[in-house]
Design a protein around this ligand. Structure first.
Ligand SMILES: C=C(O[C@@H]1C=C(C(=O)O)C=C[C@H]1O)C(=O)O
Length: 353
């Protein structure tokens, strides 16, 4: 396919690119920047594809005006990749993460915050860059309902992922978003029962989103919670629709990012704790990614469609680093939370060959 040829050439020449496929979409998009420049987002009037970090780091974009744009049919069909063997007994990772969760619970009990979302990083020796076409195909075919992407910038590096979580979509003055939290293993079971802890955790996220949007919206509609399946896990989800007073993407992004689904609440306290206590830098994990002031397939510039960068990995020449986190409340059990991160890690592990 022409898009993949361009991707290979672009990567060989160390020029920025992104290839992505939106949830349930038939088409995929490739943006191939003609220069190697790093374009930073200043005021959110920019038009292009953005990748923003969780906290520290550069918020950059690939401008449409400087890129070759290729739209092709996305990989069709469904691939059921074999389950990978998950290691629940990595003693060092387990001990470190459980210790972090204990510190989170103790901060919650001291009323520093009500919820926090600690995370960890797991590196695997594997060469993925040698077969980017295969990687993107596997992402799209395995996760048809996710936002799948591979993005590269010579000054930033390469990231890939298949995220189930929308940060926001703004179109015609209407904003759509979701409150996603609470996790259990997805065995394809039909009767799903959610524990009180998970329901509360998800309610935190819904409340935060509604409160943050209140000053910005004339009317907000919240759906009943429903179960959203995402590969090996599933979550509780609520859809939120807001009629905006003003179409100011910067104000809306600042209000929502990072949501308590990936950070905690109150936001500032949780974020400060994570930056100081996690012991590593999240970089673009739990940041956001997507089209800013454009919809490439529909060829309009009046739309923004951003996703939370979850179930993702940083791709280097001989290794990948997976980033995985989980919401912690006062009732969290450190071992169960570690197991949850292992389960979530299977989304990316499955597409590695
Ligand atoms: C933080 C992650 O996922 C988030 C946390 C969830 C939870 O705490 O149950 C569920 C969905 C996501 O909003 C992750 O996948 O790394």
């Amino acid at each position: 396919m022409y898009l993949y040829k361009c991707l290979l050439k672009q990567f060989e020449e160390k020029r920025p690119f992104v290839v992505y496929r939106k949830p349930n979409a038939d088409q995929m998009v490739g943006l191939f920047q003609k220069t190697r420049e790093l374009h930073l987002i200043e005021n959110f009037d920019e038009v292009g594809f953005v990748l923003a970090p969780f906290a520290q780091g550069k918020r950059f974009y690939i401008p449409l005006s400087e890129s070759a744009i290729i739209v092709e049919q996305a990989p069709q069909g469904k691939l059921d990749l074999e389950d990978v063997e998950l290691n629940y007994n990595d003693a060092i990772a387990k001990e470190n993460f459980e210790d972090l969760v204990k510190r989170c619970v103790s901060a919650i009990k001291q009323n520093v915050f009500g919820k926090v979302v600690p995370s960890r990083k797991e590196s695997i020796q594997v060469d993925v860059q040698g077969d980017l076409e295969g990687l993107f195909n596997r992402l799209c075919l395995s996760y048809p309902t996710a936002f799948c992407y591979v993005i590269y910038h010579p000054e930033i590096g390469m990231w890939a992922g298949a995220t189930p979580e929308s940060l926001l979509k703004v179109k015609d003055g209407v904003l759509e978003t979701m409150a996603l939290a609470g996790t259990q293993v997805n065995n394809g079971q039909q009767d799903v029962v959610w524990e009180q802890k998970e329901k509360e955790e998800q309610q935190f996220v819904t409340d935060f989103i509604v409160e943050s949007l209140n000053p910005l919206a004339n009317k907000i509609t919240v759906s009943e919670p429903f179960t959203k399946r995402a590969a090996r896990v599933m979550h509780i989800c609520t859809s939120v629709v807001a009629e905006l007073k003003e179409n100011n993407v910067k104000v809306i992004v600042d209000a929502l990012h990072p949501t308590p689904a990936v950070c905690g609440m109150p936001k500032a306290k949780a974020r400060e704790f994570l930056i100081n206590e996690e012991g590593y830098e999240r970089k673009y994990y739990a940041g956001y990614i997507g089209e800013l002031n454009c919809n490439v397939i529909e060829q309009t510039v009046e739309e923004t469609d951003l996703y939370v960068n979850l179930r993702c990995m940083e791709v280097e020449c001989d290794k990948v680093s997976l980033y995985i986190g989980c919401g912690v409340t006062k009732d969290s059990d450190p071992t169960s939370e570690f197991i949850e991160t292992v389960n979530k890690s299977s989304t990316m592990k499955k597409v590695l060959k």
